[in-house]
Design a protein around this ligand. Sequence first.
Ligand SMILES: Cc1cc2nc3c(=O)[nH]c(=O)nc-3n(C[C@H](O)[C@H](O)[C@H](O)COP(=O)(O)O)c2cc1C
Length: 187
Amino acid sequence: MAMAAGPSSYLRAEEALATFRNAMRRLAGHVHVVTTCLNGERGGLTATAVCSLTAQPPRILACINLSGRSYRMIAESRVMAVNVLGAEHEALARRFATASGADPFDGGERWTQAATGAPLLELAQASFDCTVDQMLMTGTHAIVIGEIRHISHRDTGTPLLYVNGEFRGAGPLDLPFAASASEQASR
Ligand SMILES: Cc1cc2nc3c(=O)[nH]c(=O)nc-3n(C[C@H](O)[C@H](O)[C@H](O)COP(=O)(O)O)c2cc1C
């Protein structure tokens, strides 16, 4: 027989959610803007839930909330670009995390268009232009697996992180991110 959820189970669920959120605040995440393009219209959102998946074949994943505009555009266009932000991009990250109705691309940064049509941030730490390989639905989010079509990256810079509810530059990491031996060999 199904039992109605009583006040104590409701409290337990609230507690579990608070514990989840508090624990997740401890994870430092790199900040990205995931962009897309549908019928000539640009879309994008700030996202930390991005992960390298496989090098061969080249795949990257992003977890995107199903209720957002960007998800609807990615699902229809089947294209996305992952732009990895640097410490100087905090204002840009805030803009792409706010559904204010204003165009978040309208902030003075320079954007180009990838082969897929998705917008690429010109001074991103790295950009991955993708077509959608698969989408796995789980709860409120889709895990969008991108098949990487093109990669560009810078050799210097400080990554933008998000930890404990705050944006942080990664500190003195302004290293020359040297290309690996195999990358150098293929140049
Ligand atoms: C630091 C930070 C990280 C975020 N990470 C994600 C994420 O990984 N996935 C996601 O769906 N939303 C994430 N968001 C929320 C979206 O950026 C925000 O809801 C955005 O307005 C959605 O835009 P859209 O309606 O165009 O999809 C994040 C927000 C912040 C501030």
